[in-house]
Ligand binder design. Structure first.
Ligand code: BTN
Length: 239
């Protein structure tokens, strides 16, 4: 695995994408930055992280080669790779919050931003961006955010963590021929945040409704059992 370490860049996702467009680079090439000047978050948000304290990196995945209709699969592999890495470190009450967050209890510790490079209806390559809160101790009074140091009480080595995540991702993807989709979804759903618990959601019209998270569909939609016992599927824009 090739690891490129930068002191500062706008966004490791943008850097890796640019590198891919101009060079022949191998699968699982990773770019990490001490500082991101314009870190990107989900839905056009900014990802802000204290310089040098946390893991902000992107890794190239070329080997999944799936149709766009199955783009959520990589999300599952990446979430499980992070989940497995943090389980090995004994992070308490770990959960995967659909679609892109890793939680410890009610606090977010990691966010994922996957950007796909398409060729027609086919995913040619994916830039997997990961922001993991590691050694940062304060978060500007943001609610429900934590870090590994706050949870485990010790400073962690960023390079080692990156390597463990990539190794776990590689080994899950290497298993993909053997691991049927049902088993993969089962592993993901077992770790889902608030699964089977009564939860409140807000729809596009800002209306609240109650339901129970049951799992995800093959298209990556969240399956919610509604109060009237009907199962409905929601995309990120809908809930
Ligand atoms: C989220 O909103 O939860 C997703 C955050 C993803 C942040 C990571 S940090 C490394 C990579 N480069 C970026 O610009 N974003 C991702």
């Amino acid at each position: 695995m090739q690891l490129i370490k930068l002191s500062a860049t706008d966004s490791t996702n943008a850097y890796l994408k640019d590198l891919l467009f101009h060079n022949e680079i191998e699968d699982f090439t990773a770019v990490m930055a001490h500082t991101q000047l314009k870190g990107r978050g989900q839905m056009g948000t900014n990802w802000i992280s204290d310089p040098g304290k946390n893991l902000t990196f992107s890794v190239l995945v070329k080997s999944l080669e799936s149709p766009v209709s199955e783009q959520f699969l990589l999300n599952i592999y990446v979430s499980l790779a992070i989940y497995n890495t943090l389980t090995q470190l004994h992070v308490p009450d770990l959960k995967i919050k659909w679609p892109n967050d890793i939680m410890s209890g009610h606090s977010k510790i990691c966010g994922i931003l996957i950007e796909n490079i398409l060729s027609g209806q086919h995913i040619q390559a994916s830039i997997v961006g990961i922001g993991l809160n590691v050694n940062q101790l304060t978060f500007n009074n943001l609610p429900n955010v934590s870090s590994l140091k706050l949870l485990l009480g010790r400073t962690m080595d960023l390079d080692e963590l990156l390597l463990n995540i990539v190794v776990n991702l590689k080994s899950l993807l290497a298993e993909k021929g053997k691991l049927d989709k049902e088993e993969l979804f089962k592993r993901y759903e077992t770790a889902l945040f608030r699964k089977d618990k009564p939860s409140t959601f807000k729809n596009q019209n800002d209306e609240m409704f109650m339901g129970f998270i049951k799992g995800v569909s093959s298209a990556g939609k969240l399956k919610i059992l509604m109060e009237d016992d009907i199962m409905k599927e929601f995309s990120l824009k809908e809930v």
